[in-house]
Ligand binder design. Structure first.
Ligand SMILES: [Zn+2]
Length: 390
């Protein structure tokens, strides 16, 4: 797991974790009977909010140990359990759920008044926090029908968007669009779920490694079936990638129906937000400059002939062994075996400061020089870049 993802999950919070803990106030729990009380901690048998029904069972008394069942308020089988929680973990689960107490289902995508880590898609952020707690403390997580907590969060997000009947304008409100380089537009949004679900069909029409989807018409459900079968963690696409990049012909393909109608609301929202003159669209969520620069490097590579020529000249200096190793790394990450896409990714990763070494590969001094030269070229060409509106 990378740091950005841990931060997303709430393990490495931008803000002190205490912010969330302070929200826990025993008086404000929507509880029925009290199951357990000790000091400041009061554990109800059940609590509910607009998104979840949670129940606790005491499985041992000394020391106190609890099983928790969480049922999303959503059609279908979504129940999951965390078994063997200690007092601290139960307190953490209560604190996380407390975040949702004043929200209605209309606040599914955004809770403006919440602490930053819960503001974007609050119920999913709460789920991520609870799953992160279970993972960090090694509690037993029982997720029937899902390969991983990441898959659960991604599928829960899709199911809630459907159940709530979310419309394009609900998503458009979450996007900040800015022209970061001439003709290159950046869509920024706070949540990886919103970003990933907005970009999935655009990105995979452009460069999916499966020819059944790349340059083809397909719907999300078919893609999910394929992805689920190839990934150990199931369908975790939305949480996997922090950034996206597509040339304008992909936007045209989506507009004209070549990617397949119907469009999903978030796709319509992207098309209505990006100016028709855009030559390239990038997407990012975390306020992470490395990710933004990686995506901007794709934008420059596609739209600026002089930049592309200079960068390709540098890439040609790499020893063939080094180039092949980088390509193998990219293929392992899931990129399509297309030399143009792979060269574009190599330069974008170098701009981000990543050399794509294989395990046990020795550092290559020419590659270090090439990366420095590509980085300097990027700096030169992006000097006049506009700052995104974070
Ligand atoms: Zn890339």
């Amino acid at each position: 797991m990378d740091l950005a993802y841990l931060r997303y999950l709430g393990i490495c919070a931008d803000e002190p974790l205490a912010d969330a803990e302070e929200l826990a106030s025993p008086d404000s729990l929507a509880s029925d009977e009290v199951l357990f009380e000790s000091g400041n901690l009061r554990v109800p048998e059940r609590l509910s909010n607009a998104f979840f029904e949670v129940s606790f069972a005491l499985c041992s008394v000394a020391p106190p140990c609890f099983d928790t069942t969480v049922e999303p308020v959503l059609q279908g089988e979504w129940r999951f359990q965390i078994l063997g929680l200690d007092v601290q973990a139960v307190s953490d689960v209560l604190s996380a759920m407390e975040v949702l107490k004043d929200l209605s289902r209309r606040d599914f995508l955004a809770g403006a008044a919440l602490p930053a880590m819960f503001r974007a898609v609050p119920p999913a952020a709460v789920l991520c926090r609870i799953f992160a707690l279970a993972q960090v403390h090694g509690f037993n997580l029982v997720l029937p029908g899902h390969e991983s907590s990441q898959e659960f969060v991604c599928c829960y997000f899709d199911a809630m968007c459907l159940e709530l009947g979310l419309r394009p304008h609900h998503f458009a409100e979450l996007y900040a669009m800015s022209e970061v380089l001439p003709g290159v537009f950046s869509l920024h949004t706070e949540s990886r779920l919103v970003l990933g679900s907005s970009f999935l069909r655009f990105q995979e029409h452009y460069e999916c490694s499966n020819p059944q989807f790349r340059h083809c018409s397909f719907q999300l459900d078919d893609y999910k079936v394929w992805f689920r079968n190839k990934s150990l963690l199931g369908f975790n696409f939305y949480l996997q990638w922090p950034g996206f990049n597509v040339p304008s012909w992909v936007l045209d393909a989506m507009r004209s129906g070549k990617v397949g109608f119907p469009l999903r609301p978030q796709e319509e929202a992207v098309l209505s937000t990006v100016p028709p003159t855009a030559q390239y669209l990038i997407g990012s969520c975390e306020k992470d400059l490395e990710v933004l620069h990686h995506e901007m490097a794709h934008g420059l590579y596609a739209t600026n002939e002089t930049y592309r020529t200079a960068v390709l000249q540098q890439l040609r200096r790499l020893p063939p062994k080094r180039t092949e190793a980088s390509k193998r790394q990219l293929l392992k990450m899931g990129y399509v075996d297309d030399i143009q896409i792979l060269e574009d990714e190599m330069q974008a990763y170098m701009v981000e400061g990543k050399m794509l070494y294989e395990e046990d590969e020795l550092e290559c001094s020419t590659a270090v020089e090439v990366m420095a030269a590509i980085h300097a070229t990027f700096r030169l060409f992006s000097k006049a870049a506009a700052c995104p509106s974070w």
